[in-house]
Design a protein around this ligand. Sequence first.
Ligand SMILES: [Zn+2]
Ligand SMILES: [Zn+2]
Length: 373
Amino acid sequence: MQKLDLVRENLYLGDICAAAEILKNGSAEISHLLTVFHCPSISVFEEWRNVKLDSKQIKEMYVGDDDQDDSLQGKEFATESALPSGNLLYSLEHTGKDLKFTRMVVFAYDQEWENLLDLFDICLDFIDAGRKEKGVLVHCFAGQSRSASMVIAYLMRTEKLSREEALASLRQSAQASPNLGFLKQLDLFERMNFKVDRSSAIYKYFRLKALGYLYSKDKKFDRLKLRADPDVSNDESSGGSTYHCKKCRRILLFQEHVIDHTPGEADSEFDDMFKNMIGDVHNKNPGDQNQCTSIFVEPINWMNTVEDVVSEGKLLCPTCKAKVGSFDWSGSYCSCGSKIVPAFQLQMGRVDVITVKDDVKKRKKNKHDKKII
Ligand SMILES: [Zn+2]
Ligand SMILES: [Zn+2]
C-alpha cells in the first residue's frame, strides 16, 4: 500500500513507499521531496522498497553552523531557536533517478515532544521553491503526522488559515492525524501569525520548556540558550521594566526575559508536548493568589551557578555575590501557588524594579533639579 495525495497544485503528501517509488522511477510531476524523518540517510528507502538510490550531497546544516548564505542558520539561530545546538538541522541532496530530484531531509521523530516549530520556516520555504519549479512531495513514514503537520503549517501560512481550517482542508484530500504535540505547535504558529516569532512571549515560554525537557532527558544544558547579560551586552531593552540587584544596583535583566505566570494557575500550557518532565506536578501550594513574591525568567548569561549535573542552586548577583534567587530544573513554586518548570526564579525582595516611566520621570526631575541649582 502506498499513500500519495494531491493536496494543492504541485503539492503532494505521501508515505515512505510513495517516495521510494517516485525516486526509483522518476516523475513527470515532482521535482522536490521533503523528508521529515528520524533517519536522514537515503538508505532508508532500501528497507521499504528494496530500492538502491544514488545521491549527491549539496549541503548539510547543523544548528549553529555559521553560513553566510543562509541568515537562518548562524549562531543567532542556535541561540534564539529551541533546537539543541550541534544537532543536524537539515541536509540537502540530489538523488533518485538520474539524480534529478532535490531532497531536503529534516530530522524528526513522531513524538509529542519533537520540535517541528523551529523547522517550519526552513521547510515551508523549501515547499514554496519546489512548487515553483515543478512539484513537491512532502513525506514521512506514514504520511499522517510529521509530514501532514508540515503541510498544515504550509496551508496556514500561504492561505492564512487557522490550524483547524487547514487541518479540515487537508482532510478533504488526504488522511492526516498529527500527534497532540504537533497540533500544539501548529496552534503556536497561528498565535504568532504564521511565522516563528522568537521574540514573542509565547515562543520564549516554549523555548524554556523545551530547554527543561532536554535537561530532564539528558541532564544536559545547552549554554548557547542563555540570554545575553544586559550588563555586558549591547542589547537594548525592547521597553518595559529593568531589574537590578537591590544591594549593588547592577542590572540583572530586562522585562522581556520574564516568563509571565498567572497567579495561582498551574503551568499547563505545554502539557500536550512535554510529558513526564522532572518536577512535572500540578499540585498547587495553598498560596496567596494576590501576592507574587517571585518572578520567573529565562536563564541569563550571568547565572554561572547553572552548570551541568547540578540540578538546583542559588542565583547570585555576579557583581556583589548577594543571593538574588534560585534555580531548579524540576521547577519551584511562587508564593501565589503557581509552579514553573524549569524555574529560574528571582525573589522580588532582592531586586529593584525600575519601570521606563519611572526612569523618564527621574531624568526629568534631575533636569529640573539642575535648573533650580
Ligand atoms: Zn549585586
Ligand atoms: Zn506568582
